[in-house]
Design a protein around this ligand. Structure first.
Ligand SMILES: Cc1cc2nc3c(=O)[nH]c(=O)nc-3n(C[C@H](O)[C@H](O)[C@H](O)COP(=O)(O)OP(=O)(O)OC[C@H]3O[C@@H](n4cnc5c(N)ncnc54)[C@H](O)[C@@H]3O)c2cc1C
Length: 413
């Protein structure tokens, strides 16, 4: 039998690994516990709205080169859309102020010198202070490293960190915030263009990958949950799926691309992040009014980002554990009140859905970041992948795909 690489988990990390490996001579098989692929990045038919929506709005930036490479490989490169320049509409609900942040292309940050391009109420010097995050501040939080007060913090830095880290900057890792800064703002507008899967995460990130894999003879088995790894001292010897068991030859490999808590159950003594933060999304079935920006950043509201899709308005609130116990009806009303103000719409709430992902990402604190394991393990044919492994990035699509690519590299050596 030719060797097989078994990929466990068909989230983005597992799919990225399988896509990379499908070009090689080794057989690849993907095992997914759920009935569909995508994990935390998926589309589904929502009965309350009677439309296909995403579990959560996912924002990417043009800096996300691994995600863009993955989409190009599966033939879905056109699926991410965004403005031609790095422009972000913002509103401060408390001050009633609106502005557009315009980050110029190229590395020289002219935009911070231009008061029509930078955040109102800020000075050019304020921005330079953020550079402290570029120098590794191991073990420190964002707010132990840079000033967490003032207009720049409230109107740009805080929204950026909360969205990227899904963790309040007062407890979030300065090193992870620095990684985001290094890959985005520090590179200029070319790296900061916002991108979204306008037609949905499933049609852009997942379905083309499944078609790509099928066309290359890769079997993806759904409803196939790994129950246990059978381990010898230095390698995995079999995969136990409960109803069936797959013995492994010494040439076979396993890429474990499951969530951290599942991996910790399957792999003895594996240390992983154990704290998580929630993301709340509110979806409203109403076409956006003409002129509404595709994405609006919101300051001093419950709403943090408003996304205008062709057939619906959709809101993201990160680090949202405080909202988990608020009733769905109260949340929908409160969020819609703000959306109606932002988009100048009637107060009557259109058909809505609230999606709360309790364990959306691991908490990006210094302590949890320190628990993230490397991709390699003590078992020579077992490699880890997932946004929670040590990618150097917070839990993002980009991090998940980079981890899948790295796992593919490790098993191809
Ligand atoms: C609401 C929300 C909003 C987000 N917004 C953004 C954003 O704006 N931008 C961004 O970049 N990122 C965002 N993210 C993060 C992004 O979705 C994740 O980082 C990424 O999807 C993680 O992919 P993964 O493959 O590492 O893990 P997962 O998606 O968790 O995939 C793991 C897979 O393993 C499967 N599995 C579990 N146990 C087993 C088993 N025993 N056997 C077989 N299979 C198993 C699961 O079913 C799942 O399919 C968001 C996440 C959420 C939840």
């Amino acid at each position: 039998m030719p060797p097989t690489i078994h990929v466990i988990g068909a989230g983005l990390a597992g799919l990225a690994a399988a896509v990379r490996l499908s070009a090689g001579a080794t057989g690849v098989m993907v095992h997914e516990a759920a009935g569909q692929a995508g994990g935390r990045c998926r589309s589904y038919h929502d009965p309350a709205l009677d439309m296909v929506i995403d579990n959560g709005n996912h924002l990417l930036l043009s800096a996300n080169h691994a995600a863009l490479g993955y989409l190009a490989a599966i033939g879905a490169g056109e699926g991410l859309v965004g403005p031609p320049a790095a422009e972000f509409a913002f509103i401060d609900l408390a001050a009633g102020a609106r502005w557009t942040l315009r980050i110029n292309a190229g590395r020289l940050p002219w935009w911070i010198l231009d008061r029509h391009a930078r955040v109102p109420g800020t000075r050019a010097l304020d921005y330079l202070a953020l550079a402290r995050l570029l120098f590794r501040s191991a073990g420190k939080t964002v707010c132990e490293t840079v000033q967490c007060t003032g207009a720049l913090y409230e109107r740009l830095a805080r929204p950026l960190w909360v969205a990227a880290l899904n963790t309040d900057p007062r407890e979030a890792s300065a090193a992870l915030a620095g990684a985001i800064l290094r890959e985005t703002l520090a590179k200029g507008g070319d790296a900061c263009r916002p991108l979204v899967a306008r037609d949905g995460l499933g049609p852009v990130f997942i379905e083309p990958a499944l078609r790509f894999l099928r066309a290359r003879g890769v079997e993806v088995r759904f409803g196939h949950r790994l129950r246990a790894l059978e381990l010898a001292s230095d390698r995995v010897t079999a995969l136990d799926f409960g109803e069936d068991r797959i013995p492994l030859t010494p040439a076979d490999f396993v890429i474990l691309a499951v969530p951290s808590m599942v991996a910790a159950d399957l792999v003895p003594s594996l240390v992983t992040p154990v704290e998580f933060r929630a993301i709340v999304n509110a979806h409203f079935r109403l076409a956006p009014p003409a002129g509404l920006a595709p994405i609006t950043g919101v300051v001093n509201g419950t709403v943090e980002w408003l996304f205008a899709f062709p057939d619906r308005l959709s809101v993201t609130i990160s680090a949202a554990d405080r909202l988990l116990d608020v009733s769905r009806e109260t949340l929908a009303q409160q969020i819609w009140d703000e959306v109606a103000t932002i988009a100048t719409l009637p107060k009557a709430v259109p058909p809505w859905q609230i999606v709360r992902e309790r364990r959306a990402t691991f908490a990006a604190t210094p302590a949890e970041d320190a628990k993230r394991p490397a991709a390699t393990t003590s078992w020579r044919n077992l490699v880890l992948a997932g946004d929670w492994t040590q990618t150097g990035l917070p839990a993002t699509i980009e991090g998940a795909i980079r981890s899948g690519n790295r796992a593919a590299e490790l098993v191809s050596r």
